[in-house]
Design a protein. Structure first.
Length: 188
């Protein structure tokens, strides 16, 4: 039960303005962190996105860029199993950021906690992070990357424990949830 949960909040399209990470080792959350990111589209912030997460241009004006943060983020992700709630979105943001700064794509296998939760809690009408946290009485500040990553990690642990799995990969295989490899190809 070892993996890293990731979440991005975006300024516009695939340009992050915040990233959150939570590390789980042997079924226990060992650390969580989040960073504001000066997006590549700075100072532009999509007004819709800003209303969702509440992060403004002023909030990220002195934040490091993704490129400047990458040295700190990479050890959390490289050669690790990564989960995200709606993984196609977060992996797109990661790929977009790496491509924009011409950074090498690290070796990352990932899976989606939305797909996992749909397999485990079939009776729920919604598998959004907010609804799953409400169902499991998990309090968090939704649409803030650090809290969302931690909530994703907790939901993933609950799903795997509820189905009696002792390893992530065994659980995903039994439930039919695919593990994918991050690639440079968008849409993969």
């Amino acid at each position: 039960m070892t993996f890293t949960a990731i979440d991005f909040e975006t300024a516009h399209a695939g340009f992050p303005c915040e990233v959150g990470l939570t590390r789980v080792e042997n079924g226990v959350i060992t650390r969580s962190a989040s960073w504001l990111v000066k997006p590549a589209c700075f100072p532009y912030m999509n007004p819709f996105n800003e209303r969702v997460h509440g992060i403004s241009s002023a909030d990220v004006a002195t934040a490091p860029t993704f490129e400047e943060l990458w040295g700190e983020l990479r050890p959390w992700l490289e050669d690790e199993l990564v989960v995200a709630h709606n993984a196609p979105f977060d992996m797109h943001v990661l790929r977009t950021s790496l491509a924009h700064y011409d950074l090498a794509v690290p070796w990352i296998d990932y899976f989606c906690s939305v797909r996992l939760s749909r397999k485990v809690w079939k009776n729920l009408p919604s598998h959004s992070l907010g609804k799953l946290c409400e169902y499991h009485n998990i309090s968090f500040e939704h649409h803030r990357a650090g809290d969302d990553a931690k909530a994703c990690a907790i939901i993933t642990l609950k799903a795997l424990e509820e189905t009696g799995n002792t390893t992530v990969l065994d659980g995903l295989n039994k439930l039919g949830v695919k593990v994918k490899r991050l690639s440079t190809e968008f849409g993969k």
